[in-house]
Design a binder for this molecule. Structure first.
Ligand code: ZN
Length: 569
């Protein structure tokens, strides 16, 4: 043993002598590198070794790390930056939305039939094909044949004979089923029409495949029976499909780390299996969701920091204080302007959140509480203030922090609480916010990023996908313009600068997960997650920002998505 030890020492000495410097596996050069590191804000090239950033600097300096086996990528003068960190979204929810056929942009019925045919070609025999969002009024070509303006199932049944098909209408008040789905539901010419529903029939009394209002239940019940019959293996396979879709979507959009805002213990176990099988290529920072017993023992059991080589971190717990503004569920200090009898509602008793807060503190977990209304924000800050009792650097978060009374805005910084916001919610919803809460409250308290920053608050930024699209560049555009879809600007004084917006999508989100020493900037020693963009987000004219494309995504030092060549075309 001793001899062997000496021999291996001698060999490694010779190897070291031959290679005095670590060699890069990958170098990206000829780039406008925006590092998000204040020590060296811009550079021309980045070198990577063993999943870590080896060097950042001038082309000539970084090229010294080049060896015989180094892959060298010429960025063609384009922008390189750290991979986006999604600050608040729902990973499995995103995956589920991606495996469902999105028919909102279908041009006509023939287009829909073709999409279902494509899905049927990929599906296992007997598996249901689910789609959503079709609307016959939007189709370009007139429909023949039709019954009351709706298509008939025949084409759909022909392209998908072995797979039941369920396509829900954009209105949410109807669906289209194919023959296989109707057979599974036991629909015949004699099926009685449920009360409050319509089974559309042709001249001979046969069902056309369209089920409206309460008649939808007939098909949904059959679908739910199918889901329940699946064995654990099939269920796992379905989840895997959703996870794979989510992780691919992240890479295509330059998202290398994802804050999953609420996952059950079962889901976390599933992530671990997927990581062990090398199927999950997104770093996940997971907030445990309150669907099971939340006690300290459970927290401790699931606590994981930088697990699976930095791919999985579980150190946060999610709570909900209120609902959403659109449905007037956000808990407000004063009644809604368009519903004077209501202030919204508290959805989890505050003393229950306070109990979770004490447990989280004890287990060394971050607490991340959903609060949209100004009352909810105030109550959550009260709970945090009492539980933290002067404890520093716990980085507890308020998720959304959407409407905050001016008196509460400085409390975030004072308590060291992170406002985890979604800049894209402002531009998606801003048009109807004044209607709900009036102009004055909207100006003083709605999406007040600038006020919070000025008072010293740390921000995080996310998209809440699948509520919004997982599109960091759209989120960036929303942050720097606050421009609504109707062209108006929603209280422009609260805009972020372009650099702040980039920080909010990288290093600030890293900070919000205690990961700023590993992620969020292109700094030697940090994990090598980075992207190449088609144009420079700091300099491109405002009206072209949203045309920016992600051309290359590097995760953990490996090129996981490469459209750089296509970008040249
Ligand atoms: Zn959410």
């Amino acid at each position: 043993m001793k001899k062997y030890g000496l021999l291996s020492w001698a060999v490694s000495f010779i190897v070291l002598a031959c290679h005095p410097k670590p060699q890069a596996e990958l170098i990206i050069h000829n780039a406008q590198v925006i590092t998000l590191d204040e020590a060296l804000p811009t550079a021309r090239a980045v070198a990577i070794s063993r999943g870590r950033i080896l060097a950042v600097g001038a082309d000539s300096v970084v090229m010294r790390q080049r060896g015989a086996r180094t892959r060298v990528i010429d960025a063609g003068g384009r922008m390189v930056m750290p991979g986006f960190i999604e600050g608040h979204a729902h990973f499995m929810g995103l995956g589920q939305s991606l495996v469902t056929l999105d028919l909102r942009d279908a041009t006509d019925w023939r287009d829909i039939v073709q999409r279902v045919a494509n899905a049927a070609a990929r599906a296992d025999s007997g598996a249901w094909i689910i789609g959503r969002g079709w609307h016959q009024e939007k189709w370009r070509r007139p429909l023949t044949p039709h019954v009351q303006g709706y298509p008939l199932h025949n084409d759909l049944s022909a392209v998908s004979p072995d797979n039941p098909v369920l396509l829900s209408h954009a209105s949410g008040h109807g669906l289209m089923a194919n023959a296989r789905a109707m057979a599974a539901a036991g629909i015949t010419a004699d099926t009685p029409t449920p009360q409050g529903g319509v089974i559309l029939r042709d001249a001979h009394g046969a069902a056309t495949g369209v089920f409206l209002e309460n008649a939808e239940t007939l098909i949904y019940d059959a679908y739910h029976r199918y889901q329940q019959q699946q064995n654990p293996g099939q269920r796992h396979k379905n989840l895997m499909k959703q996870l794979t879709a989510a992780t691919r979507h992240c890479l295509e959009n330059g998202v290398t780390t994802f804050h999953d805002a609420g996952a059950s213990y079962n889901t976390i176990d599933f992530y671990k299996k997927a990581l062990a099988a090398d199927s999950l290529h997104t770093r996940l920072y997971v907030m445990v969701a309150p669907d099971e017993k939340l006690d300290v023992a459970h927290f401790k059991k699931y606590k994981l920091i930088d697990g699976y080589d930095g791919m999985l971190t579980v150190r946060a717990v999610k709570q909900y204080a209120d609902g959403a503004l659109g449905s007037r569920g956000a808990w407000m200090l004063a009644p809604y302007s368009d519903q004077p009898g209501s202030v919204g509602q508290n959805v989890t008793p505050m003393d229950s959140i306070a109990r979770v807060a004490r447990a989280a503190l004890e287990a060394g977990f971050q607490l991340c509480t959903h609060a949209i209304g100004d009352r909810a924000n105030r109550e959550v800050l009260n709970v945090y203030e009492q539980a933290l009792h002067g404890a520093t650097d716990r980085r507890w978060r308020v998720e959304h922090a959407q409407h905050i009374d001016p008196a509460d805005q400085p409390r975030f910084a004072r308590l060291g609480v992170i406002a985890s916001m979604q800049t894209v919610h402002c531009t998606s919803d801003g048009a109807w916010v004044p209607q709900r809460i009036g102009m004055d409250r909207a100006r003083k308290g709605a999406y007040v990023w600038r006020n919070l920053l000025n008072s010293g608050t740390r921000l995080a930024n996310g998209t809440d996908a699948p509520v919004e699209r997982l599109a960091p560049i759209e989120n960036f555009y929303a942050a720097v313009t606050r421009r609504l879809h109707n062209g108006q600007v929603f209280f422009g004084e609260q805009k972020l600068t372009r650099m702040e917006a980039l920080q909010s999508l990288t290093i600030w989100n890293a900070y919000a997960g205690f990961q700023e020493k590993e992620l969020g900037s292109l700094t030697p020693g940090k994990r090598a997650d980075m992207i190449v963009l088609s144009q420079n987000l700091l300099t491109v004219p405002e009206n072209l920002i949203q045309k920016t494309k992600v051309l290359l995504t590097v995760l953990d030092g490996k090129v996981m998505y490469d459209h750089l060549k296509k970008g040249d075309e």
